[in-house]
Design a protein around this ligand. Structure first.
Ligand SMILES: [Fe+2]
Ligand SMILES: [Fe+2]
Length: 141
């Protein structure tokens, strides 16, 4: 998985953490089998911290519909811990399948749940919607 500016939300801290998550998912997809466990550990730690940041922001600002967003975070962390245990027992294939699932899941989570949160936080802080500048990729013949 590689970063795409389509994932930018205009909240610098959240965007920075998402870049890191994308890099960690990419590493899970491409690393050697021997290093899968260690990359899974890094993903779980980063995801837990990032989700905790978002959950705290939702709680502190009375974000509406925080429940389903926080539930999704909790499910991903719980799955990551289960998969970590299985990979530690030698089931590398489940680790790769989990990485593929994460790569499919993450853009939708960003588009549907994190975007609403980023919009809410930026609007509260600055009184307007987030400004997002995306690089445009131009194909040359
Ligand atoms: Fe989230
Ligand atoms: Fe997020």
């Amino acid at each position: 998985m590689i970063w795409s500016d389509e994932l930018l939300l205009g909240h610098p801290a959240i965007d920075a953490e998402h870049r890191e998550l994308v890099a960690l998912i990419g590493a899970l997809l491409s690393c050697s089998e021997a290093r899968l466990g260690e990359h899974l550990q890094a993903f779980t730690e980063h995801a837990s911290a990032h989700f905790a940041d978002e959950d705290r922001e939702m709680a502190e600002t009375d974000f509406p519909a925080a429940g389903c967003h926080a539930d999704e975070h909790a499910k991903v962390v719980a799955s990551a811990r289960e998969v970590q245990a299985l990979v530690a027992e030698g089931d590398v294939a489940i680790g790769r399948r989990f990485a593929e699932e994460l790569a499919r899941w993450f853009p939708g989570h960003v588009a549907h749940l994190d975007s609403a949160l980023a919009h809410w936080l930026v609007k509260r802080r600055h009184g307007g919607a987030p400004l997002v500048l995306r690089r445009r990729l131009c194909a040359t013949a």
